[in-house]
Design a protein around this ligand. Structure first.
Ligand code: MN
Length: 199
């Protein structure tokens, strides 16, 4: 049975759950318009091709390998956005506990050092892109990716992400990306999701 077409996953919380860091108004555009448009465009691009029956991750990896930029950009953005929604929850943020706390101390020295590095990567990403906490071997790393680029085309395992495209924060914070980034880290990061992604 065919997998396709690719669908827009439901949000893991109500549209106003992340307010005031991320308002329902932002969600209405970011999820309802941007994320939805990536899904619609991707389905239009893969219809009638050998990718039409593939799952999303396979489409991302094949289009990256083939240099099919249009399909890659839309497919990766579908995946990245779904991962981003799950990377946040109301009442989240702050330092994790348990295994992740140990891994952060081992990899970065302290939670504060991690927080600074993750924040600086998100704030310093030039133009549009993403900041990621990933697991690479036994270590955690912070990486930034431009545009639609995603760690899942490489060897590391993403644990959390922050969208730093302007559409993620402009309605609520205008040009103040640092304010948005700090609030996501301190108030919204979903460490339960990160722990699930450790495998
Ligand atoms: Mn976005």
């Amino acid at each position: 049975m065919a997998n396709g077409p690719i669908t827009l996953p439901e949000l893991p919380w109500a549209d106003n759950a992340l307010d005031p860091v991320i308002s329902a108004n932002t969600i209405s555009y970011h999820y309802g318009k941007h994320h939805n448009a990536y899904v619609t465009k991707l389905n239009g691009m893969i219809e009638g091709t050998d990718m039409a029956d593939m799952d999303l991750v396979s489409i991302i990896k094949k289009s990256a390998a083939d240099g099919s930029a249009g399909i890659f950009n839309n497919a990766a953005q579908v995946w990245n956005h779904t991962f981003y929604w799950h990377s946040m929850k109301p009442g989240g943020g702050g330092a994790p506990s348990g295994k992740l706390a140990d891994m952060i101390n081992d990899s970065f020295g302290s939670y504060d050092a991690f927080r600074t590095q993750f924040g600086n990567t998100a704030k310093g990403q030039f133009g549009s892109g993403w900041a990621w906490l990933v697991k690479n071997g036994d270590k955690l790393e912070v990486v930034g990716t431009p545009n639609a680029e995603t760690p899942i085309t490489g060897d590391s395992t993403p644990l959390l992400t922050i969208d730093v495209w302007e559409h993620a924060y402009y309605l609520d914070h205008q040009n103040a990306r640092p304010t948005y980034v700090d609030a996501v880290i301190d108030k919204l990061l979903n460490w339960d999701f990160a722990e699930q992604n450790l495998g």
